[in-house]
Design a protein around this ligand. Sequence first.
Ligand code: NOJ
Length: 560
Amino acid sequence: MKQNETWWKESVVYQIYPRSFNDSNNDGIGDLNGIREKLDYLADLGVDVIWLSPIYQSPNADNGYDIADYEQIMDEFGTMEDFDNLLKEAHEKGIRIVMDLVVNHTSDEHAWFVESRKSRENPYHDYYIWKDGSPDQAPNNWGSAFSGSAWKYDKDLGQWYLHLFAEKQPDLNWENEKVRHEVYDMMTRWFEKGIDGFRMDVINLISKDQSYPDAKVHGGIYGNSMEYCCNGPRVHEFLQEMNKEVLSKYDIVTVGEAPGVTVEEAKKYAGNDGRELNMVFQFEMMDIDHGPYGKWTPVPFDLKAMKANFNKWQKGLEGTAWNSLYWDNHDQPRIVSRWGNDSDEYRDKSAKMLALCLHMHQGTPYVYQGEELGMTNVHFDSIEDYRDIEILNAYKELVLEAKVLSKAEFMKGVHTLSRDNARTPMQWDDTENAGFSKTDPWIKVNPDYTKINAARQIDDPDSVFSFYKKLIRLRHENRIIPYGSYEQYDPENENTYMFSRSYEGKKLIVMCNFTDEEQRIDLPETLYEDGYCVLISNDMEKPLEKSMRLSPYEGIVYIL
Ligand code: NOJ
């Protein structure tokens, strides 16, 4: 079935993690003026939309995903005037700006929570999820995503509050109509300022099962709260209300972060009927290399599982909803280290193959800062060099307290899949601190910045940066790339990935070798025909043949 056409389906989004992007005032922390200085870089890359990870006032327990004031800019990042200038200049360059909306929870320093915990009678008390119970017995066995129980006891109130993430991130009570309208009003004020959309943090967790039952324990001592929070009973009602009250009034783009989302649920969140959001980030693909203790116990990459997942989502949403496409973000490790090969020999080539692979699917692609340079995972030896609350809490729980993982095992997980891999400073050039700041940054720079940096790549036609630039340009020039329907071939092959796209009489064939050895691909009879030429390749251009040889990490696309 044909997809209806609109600007955000033809766009490429670039995610900025402001803390690590560019430090204009040399305090070691990236900021809004730093982003403004790099708008020409982003315009050159060709992206249409910037998504800014949270820039609001925050005590930074979780780097801004703990918001203390939705309408003030974080001091470290600048002022509202800096934001207005950034928005204006981005718009002048034809780049839209999407903000991060974090409304499953706030910071415990948000005025609502400060009031809420004052007394049971306080008008804000019911803005959060409080439960009675004795101090030694949490209301249920739910665990927090950042280790420990998801409940925290407040001894003055004699009640527990729910925090699915850190203690300093109490969950808002979306059952309370006042909370919902506070959120809608705040969103409206941002839209009136002229922003172009929201990426919505864990938005499918906002409606909790109101009976708060114990959840299954999968290892460790806590139950998996996600069972009773993901895609909860009233989530679609809430999002439809938000859509009616706010979203439907503006020409904007929305993407919901949705752990635990299924294809069936995604059709509701991101349906073409436009009743809720435009698209969601699904996590099934990101979980394929997680082991018994999740990301702390990585398992080898399984290409067949990745292909099956693409097939499921490409086919599943075709004609009815819209996919988002991503490899990297601030919560994921670097893709070239994860599913490519970050050795000197294959780093650039595998980074290009992965880029080509992702960008040739149906959906809106997201590029995370540094991905366009082939930035890699970082391997700090000492746990002291890490900053992420998720890493530090898990280390305490799994290594120091429960002792289920040795320090060496845990560090392997950190080096392979942890979030700080994506959070080291952006590598602009080969000067001190990678040109990010003149002061020691808040987190160390990846030592490979002397080899991998923007200055080296921008004018090099063979760089990873130039390859991304070409992919983005091709998407803008060929409607088959955003809109073509998808067909996968040879799903059992563990080394290569082949699929085709079709749109209005045009065809694309995409072939990728995910290994460091040469591979053979035999085209199905039905697919081969005369007249194909190369659209993009990370190796030598060669004609399409019935039997193809792909060099290590080769990626090639043919167009008819
Ligand atoms: C998802 C965000 O992407 C992540 O960085 C954050 O820690 C959690 N939600 C909590 O807000």
